[in-house]
Design a protein around this ligand. Structure first.
Ligand code: PBG
Length: 343
């Protein structure tokens, strides 16, 4: 029956909805909790850390408010904090001194390089926390590319052979997970073979499977100091943001070659790719919530344009909703602390 409200007749919503009232379940906090489909926990988080030379050094990254580059001793302290928070995995990225960068990124193979020293120190102090290291040459090359540059081209197979050696150097230093972020063809299989042949059969591989040539890496390149050095772009090896079927073919290869987990990067603008890869392959799937995504939220929050904490938690749950099992995010320590408080 229609009730009149002022001069308007009230619509008969029960008739329109067939008596289905979606808001009934949303009315109370307990009910919202009861029907919640996805859950973000500290177990989902991977915390990326930028490492620098020196002692007692903490340098702010201007384009990533709240993120600091840490000397090895400070990185160890961060690892202790990760253990307290219950964060399962740390991802280490080096900011290599400019004088150690050369055309071929040879510092990547130095078993006493910054990343190896950081691995050994963290493993010795905090063995319970997993350590992931990045396999790619860009923190070490004078041109900022992930591979070897010959006559204007990033050459594939020679790069892969250097990457296999880089992976061994990192595994020898105590890395639990090597994560090739270079996008060369065949590198997952080659690295798996070399790891197995050198006593590192237990070392896991997280493949940067669908890594796009993206503008969202800008602040990261500031943080590791490769941005100013980069000549040209990475479009001949990283994926075209217009493509989605191609990510399936990348995933097929990485899985066949021995990837233990696959990753999609960037994260938020590529939730469709996360969803599709998870649905198709059912692999442990990692989302990389990149530096640019982090910077956007931080910049807007600093201007008072949005509630940074809520935007952070909302983006992280979006990854879970899309099907990601874990999320590599610069928000990790803050999100973990909030989740501990019961956010
Ligand atoms: C480089 C690498 C990049 C990132 C992780 N590993 C940058 C790039 O490919 O240029 C980006 C991370 C981020 O933006 O947070 N191999």
């Amino acid at each position: 029956m229609n009730v009149t409200f002022g001069s308007e007749a009230m619509p008969d919503i029960d008739r329109i909805t067939g008596r289905r009232r979606m808001r009934r379940n949303r009315r109370t906090d307990w009910s919202r909790r009861l029907i919640r489909e996805n859950l973000l926990t500290v177990d989902d988080l991977i915390w990326p850390i930028f490492v620098i030379e020196g002692e007692g050094q903490r340098h702010k990254v201007p384009s990533m408010p709240g993120v600091e580059r840490l000397s090895v001793d400070a990185a160890v302290a961060a690892a202790v904090h990760a253990r307290e928070l219950g964060i399962p995995l740390l991802a280490l990225f080096p900011n290599t001194e400019p004088d150690k960068r050369d055309d071929d990124g040879s510092e990547a193979l130095n078993e006493d390089n910054l990343i190896c020293r950081a691995c050994r120190a963290i493993k010795a102090a905090v063995p319970e926390v997993g350590l992931m290291t990045d396999v790619a040459l860009d923190p070490y090359t004078s041109h900022g590319h992930d591979g070897l540059l010959r006559e204007g081209e990033i050459i594939n197979d020679e790069t892969v052979s250097v990457l296999t050696r880089q992976a061994i150097v990192q595994a020898d230093a105590g890395s639990d997970v090597v994560a090739p972020s270079d996008m060369m063809d065949g590198r997952i299989g080659a690295i798996r073979e070399t790891l197995d042949a050198s006593g590192h059969a237990q070392v896991q591989i997280i493949a940067y499977t669908a890594k796009y040539a993206s503008a969202f890496y800008g602040p990261f390149r500031d943080a590791v100091g490769s941005g100013k050095m980069l000549s040209g772009d990475k479009k001949t090896y990283q994926m075209d943001p217009a493509n989605t079927d191609e990510s399936l073919r990348e995933a097929e290869l990485d899985i066949a070659e021995g990837a233990d987990m696959i990753m999609v990067k960037p994260g938020l603008p590529y939730l469709d790719i996360i969803f599709r890869l998870k649905q198709t392959f059912g692999m442990p799937t990692v989302a990389y919530n990149t530096s640019g995504e982090y910077a956007m939220i931080e910049a807007a929050a600093a201007n008072g344009w949005l509630d940074g904490e809520r935007a952070m938690l909302e983006s992280l749950i979006a990854f879970k909703r899309a099907g990601a099992d874990s999320i590599l995010t610069y928000f990790a320590p803050r999100a973990a602390a909030l989740l501990k408080e019961g956010a």
